[in-house]
Write a protein that binds this ligand. Structure first.
Ligand code: ADP
Ligand code: MG
Length: 345
């Protein structure tokens, strides 16, 4: 919290007052801020342009398609800087996010840039990362895990079925939530002195069903996402393209990567540790490639066989046999006919 008094200022962000740092991504700094004109709280993802230079290269066909999209949809100001467009990945993230509007997807409110930075003005998710919530609670009850995974899956269904977008980076760090209850800390900090900012209460947010509603969960970080190809028409979903068959073939099963990730997230929420883990990266890679995971005793003993069945169908190595998003929603554990109220975790 000591950083509160030395928040950075960025050119071109005069409309916003930066309040505190919320997250450090691999390529970005994310701040909580307030829109001075509307008093709306937002999140601002700041990305330095210079570090984008070595970002992933697109395949030629895909790059061409994306250029068509850029020409059509991107902000007028950005067209003046064609070289910056070619080099950056953040613009793809922005271009995809602009097309998305769903309760389970963090929305992009505005996009700004200065000479050195891009700024994504995002819907603020006060609770932060689901990752931290798993760490805090150790593991979730089955009802709480269902409550979370269903919301994530609704976001994925929207991306896959309506927008032809694969996220490709579903993980607890990129799943954000809105709290429904705030439990104040037991030792509140003393009142602020005359020249001090008030300290934030160190209490915690609780996710689950509380006083008036259910905490919302949303998918963030479209930095690795991309548009995929429709299997029947062999055209990119949601856009027009001139793509070679080998690219279409490669992308055929790309939606299934999100389903695998969904299985990993569900597994992790239920027991508190990930399905695949090894200190050594080559060993870990090997385990993932073979789909080597177990429902480790004693942690998994009290957890329902139905949830294990669902996880097994998501953590299936063969992408053709892996559950699709529609099969996911048909599974008995998800349908959970007799809906029970979700206890606070
Ligand atoms: P990166 O591509 O660098 O991983 P992310 O978009 O994932 O960037 O943002 C990094 C982190 O910032 C997230 O993991 C999260 O902790 C925080 N964050 C991002 N967007 C928001 C938001 N809309 N509300 C609250 N926190 C956010
Ligand atoms: Mg991220």
């Amino acid at each position: 919290r000591e950083q509160r008094n030395k928040m950075p200022t960025y050119p071109g962000l005069d409309r916003y007052q930066i309040l505190e740092k919320m997250g450090d991504g691999a390529f970005s700094n994310v701040y909580k801020a307030i829109d001075k004109m509307t008093q709306q709280k937002v999140a601002i993802k700041v990305v330095r342009k210079r570090e984008l230079n070595h970002s992933q290269k697109f395949s030629t066909a895909l790059a061409r398609t994306l250029n068509v999209i850029k020409e059509k949809h991107l902000h007028r100001d950005m067209k003046k800087k064609p070289r910056a467009i070619e080099r950056s990945n953040i613009l793809k993230e922005v271009q995809i996010m602009r097309q998305l509007k769903h309760p389970s997807i963090v929305s992009l409110l505005s996009f700004l840039e200065s000479q050195d930075y891009y700024y994504l003005i995002l819907e603020l998710m006060e609770g932060g990362e689901l990752f931290h919530q798993i760490v805090k609670l150790t593991y979730f009850s089955e009802d709480l895990a269902r409550h979370v995974i269903v919301q994530v899956a609704e976001g994925i269904r929207y991306l896959h079925e309506e927008k032809g977008v694969v996220h490709r980076d579903i993980k607890p760090e990129n799943l954000l939530f809105e709290p429904i209850a705030f439990v104040p800390s037991k030792n509140p900090s003393p009142p602020p002195g005359p020249n001090e900012e008030p300290k934030e209460d160190e209490g915690e947010f609780i996710l689950g069903v509380g006083g008036g509603g259910i905490g919302k969960v949303k998918i963030a970080d479209f930095g690795l996402s991309k548009i995929v190809w429709d299997e029947q028409t062999m055209t990119p979903c949601g856009t027009v393209g001139y793509t070679a068959p080998e690219i279409v073939k490669d992308e055929r099963y790309s939606k299934s990567v999100d389903m695998w990730a969904l299985g990993c997230v569900l597994y992790t929420m239920l027991c508190g540790f990930p399905p695949f883990y090894d200190e050594s990266i080559p060993e870990l890679t090997e385990k993932v490639a073979k789909g080597q995971y177990t429902f480790l005793s004693p942690w998994w003993d009290p957890i329902s066989t139905s949830s294990k069945d669902l996880i097994s169908n998501l953590l299936t190595v063969n992408p053709e046999k892996r559950f699709t998003i529609n099969q996911f929603f048909e599974h008995p554990w998800i349908k959970n006919e007799h809906k029970q109220p979700i206890p606070n975790a």
